[in-house]
Design a protein around this ligand. Structure first.
Ligand SMILES: [Zn+2]
Length: 327
């Protein structure tokens, strides 16, 4: 989260690097914008208070730069500041906004610009609501509302020891559309099973679950995960020992991170020992070799399946009956 101290740091020591840069000539901007948009975004204009149509809009979605379409703010950070200009507490991403010291009109202010195309947006002040304490005061004319694509399909990446086990569990849940075994959380590109098993690449054996949130929640996914392996043994599941067998949740966004932390803290009381599940940001997933996919279903009589996986599935049937597929 960006706070006032970060704003000052960016304004004084340099701004974060944007994902990309868009540069056009004065004439090109003039041609692609209305006169009012051009005046405000390219010539540091300010619209009259309460004149902007986005002042009273709070429906879900995001707000993009009128000049270059970069997403600048999310509607969940918009609040009613009663100032007469659309106000936000946070940018959509840390590097979407650029901060410039502005000593014009005898005031010491921090101007905010689109970090992609340098469009003037407004100013940021330190009188916003907690927790950020910031108020990004933005000209309506500089931004546009963009509907958010509603999706009920989500992906979760989790590792709880041998991926054959975890895969078998999640294949039996309703709402799960796809389960893939693979490697994540390590340092090298395209690791093989052999490399991962040697424990030197830093990868964990994980599964990637694609599921429909209308049928099963992310919370349910994490609960099943934490109760069908042992999340209290560091770098080990039963006889499987090594960092590749560590208990890990790789979150894809902040909402997943929050849910993971919440579920872990809710479930802690059911365990005698501390839950040591690592919660890290997802970066890459490498699908494992084909013979590791659908392993339990294709090798039901193999001793590992009978001795290790069968008991896990029994536990699943007992504890999560409601979440299982019909057949
Ligand atoms: Zn822009």
């Amino acid at each position: 989260m960006i706070k006032w101290i970060d704003v000052l740091k960016f304004a004084n020591n340099g701004n974060p690097t944007p994902d990309k840069k868009v540069e056009k000539t004065e004439e090109e901007w003039r041609a692609s914008l209305t006169p009012k948009q051009f005046e405000i975004t390219r010539h540091h204009g300010t619209e009259r208070a309460f004149s902007g149509e986005l002042c009273h809009r709070y429906d879900p979605g995001t707000y993009a730069c009128i000049c270059c379409d970069t997403i600048l703010f999310d509607s969940n950070s918009k609040f009613d500041s009663q100032s007469g200009w659309p106000s936000f507490t946070q940018p959509a991403k840390e590097n979407s906004i650029k901060y410039i010291r502005d000593d014009s009109f005898g005031m010491r202010r921090i101007e905010v610009q689109c970090n992609t195309c340098d469009a003037h947006l407004g100013h940021v002040f330190q009188d916003g609501p907690e927790p950020s304490g910031l108020r990004y005061c933005i000209n309506s004319v500089s931004i546009k509302h963009v509907e958010k694509e509603e999706t009920n399909i989500q992906t979760a990446t989790i590792g709880g020891g041998c991926f054959w086990c975890v895969e078998a569990v999640f294949q039996r849940l309703k709402g799960v559309l796809k389960v893939e075994s693979g490697y994540a959380g390590g340092k090298t590109k395209d690791p093989t099973y052999r490399e991962v098993c040697a424990g030197v690449t830093g990868h964990a054996e994980v599964i990637q679950v694609t599921f429909d949130t209308n049928e099963i929640s992310l919370e349910n996914i994490y609960e099943v995960f934490l109760t069908t392996h042992n999340p209290t043994t560091k770098n080990r599941q039963g006889y499987d020992v090594g960092t590749q067998y560590r208990s890990i949740i790789l979150y894809h966004d902040d909402a997943q991170k929050e849910t993971a932390e919440k579920v872990i803290s809710n479930l802690q009381k059911y365990f005698d020992n501390e839950i040591v599940t690592e919660v890290s940001k997802f970066t890459d997933f490498y699908k494992a070799e084909e013979h590791h996919q659908n392993y339990y279903n294709d090798n039901t009589n193999q001793p590992y399946c009978v001795n290790v996986i069968d008991p896990k599935l029994e536990k699943l049937k007992k504890e999560h009956k409601k979440l299982l597929r019909e057949n």
